[in-house]
Design a protein around this ligand. Structure first.
Ligand code: B12
Ligand code: SF4
Ligand code: SF4
Length: 391
């Protein structure tokens, strides 16, 4: 079952909670006996998820492995799309099934949750904010979501003597989108993202794996139709095919996960993106309109520091000060060096006047940085971005 655990204002379009839960409890002789308990457990889990301010919740059966999705994962690895993210190729069996000792022996249900991070007013914010992907503008979402997942797992454990529950966020080696799609939370778009009807794709996923038997949902139909906007809009042509991302070309990979030098062909196409990228979501019609907009809590409100700084400021900040700026924010994942490299790329792509602060900062970086990739990116930015006066 899937329920948008809507806010009191009903903006997520939630239908009556109790009615839908009760209405779904059906099954065999065993199922119907278990059913009345299943329904009430499911209902209580949903209520609790609502209280914890998750926007959507659904249940997937944990007992059947992911088959097609696992095959896609294997062919993704075989194509080398993971680049230097070697950790994506580890723990393969866990990506196929989660009801084993590696994840949770005897798991019966995956409680799949989505939390919206969309805040429309952010588009207008200045400084570094527009160059930071929306999910990363505020507090580290791992901290925000993990805390809530732990609370939900603790609640689930109270529902029976031997009930076990394990909270998971994207640090767990599972195919989160595949489980969410199985639970019927949404469908996977051609941009590879899980799209929740009525909410769009600006949602983060999390799960609680449990031995408790809950009432599973049904996958919903893929709804992209003939649209191909995301595939066409991607600045780096990162989609090898619809639904299939060559991560090596994705700005979220080059700017966050990849250390060292970035190919000029890609960095020139990165435009203003300092950390992550939202283009394939921004163009998606499922994110148009106001639904879900502005619902996200203050946790996702952009940090003031990002409003106040510019890419040049990042280059002029000492490593030590930059380190404390990043602390506790998602940007820490790219590291001080990664962000300096990204700032040089953004400045080169934006262009700057001779004698400007950007010009001086890049000259210094090119000459003095102890890091080869920073010297190289600064030199490239100087060639690319310096707007020479008309002769
Ligand atoms: C590694 C990773 C990345 C990598 C690689 C992404 C990738 N596509 O492989 C990079 C750094 C590039 C990245 C980028 C982003 N990521 Co990321 N990422 C992950 C992570 C940790 C693992 C993903 C993974 O296992 N990839 C391997 C591939 C094989 O699996 P998959 O991505 O699930 O791919 C599925 C589709 O390709 C699909 N598929 C393939 N072919 C077909 C065909 C059909 C017909 C269908 C229906 C489906 C389909 O099946 C695959 C398996 O289920 C997940 C968290 C997690 N544990 O799942 C977050 C996660 C996917 N990322 C997330 C986010 C927010 C992003 C960004 C939007 C961040 C940003 N703004 O910069 C971008 C979006 C880029 C994009 N268009 O996908 C969210 C997505 C939320 C959502 N609504 O879907 C997740 C779920 C994190 C979270 N907990 O919320 N990410
Ligand atoms: S996040 Fe940006 S670079 Fe990555 S696939 Fe989407 S549009 Fe392309
Ligand atoms: S932009 Fe179009 S094709 Fe891409 S995910 Fe959205 S609806 Fe699907």
């Amino acid at each position: 079952m899937v329920l948008p655990v809507g806010r009191k204002d009903g903006a997520s379009g939630a239908s009556s909670l109790g009615g839908r839960v009760d209405g779904r409890v059906t099954g065999s002789a065993v199922g119907s006996v278990v059913g009345s308990f299943v329904g009430s457990f499911t209902e209580r889990v949903v209520e609790r998820a609502r209280a914890l301010r998750f926007d959507v919740v659904g249940i997937a059966s944990a007992t059947a492995p992911l088959v097609e999705e696992y095959d896609r994962y294997e062919s993704y690895l075989a194509s080398g799309f993971q680049g230097t993210m070697d950790w994506l190729a580890e723990n393969r069996e866990v990506r196929r099934r989660v009801d084993t000792a590696d994840m949770l022996q005897g798991a019966r249900s995956v409680i799949c949750l989505a939390r919206s991070y969309r805040r429309d007013e952010d588009g207008e914010a200045g400084g570094l904010v527009p160059g930071i992907a929306r999910y990363a503008r505020g507090r580290d979402y791992h901290t925000v979501v993990r805390k809530k997942l732990r609370q939900l797992a603790a609640f689930v454990r109270t529902l029976g003597d031997d009930v076990q529950a394990r909270p998971l966020t994207d640090d767990a080696p599972i195919l989160e989108r595949a489980w969410a799609a199985r639970a019927g939370l949404g469908f996977v778009g051609k941009n590879g993202l899980l799209i929740v009807p009525g909410q769009g794709s600006y949602v983060l996923l999390g799960e609680v794996l449990t031995t408790l038997q809950l009432d599973p949902g049904e996958p919903i139909a893929q709804r992209c139709g003939s649209c191909t906007r995301c595939l066409e809009a991607c600045p780096t042509d990162a989609f090898a095919a619809p639904f299939v991302l060559d991560a090596r070309r994705c700005i979220a990979y080059t700017s966050i996960e990849h250390e060292g030098t970035i190919d000029a062909e890609l960095s020139d196409r990165t435009g203003p993106w300092l950390f992550g990228c939202d283009v394939c979501q921004a163009v998606c019609p499922f994110n148009a309109g106001k639904h879900g907009a502005g619902l996200a809590t203050d946790s996702f409100r952009p940090h003031d520091r990002w409003r106040e700084l510019s890419p040049v400021d990042l280059l002029e900040t000492s490593e030590l000060d930059a380190g404390s700026l990043l602390e506790g924010t998602p940007l820490a994942r790219a590291g001080v060096r990664g962000l300096a490299r990204n700032a040089a790329i953004v400045l080169g792509n934006a262009g700057f006047a001779p004698g400007s602060r950007a010009h001086h900062a890049l000259v210094r970086l090119a000459a003095e940085s102890p890091h080869e990739e920073l010297r190289e990116h600064a030199a490239r930015a100087l060639v690319r971005g310096l707007r020479r006066p008309e002769p």
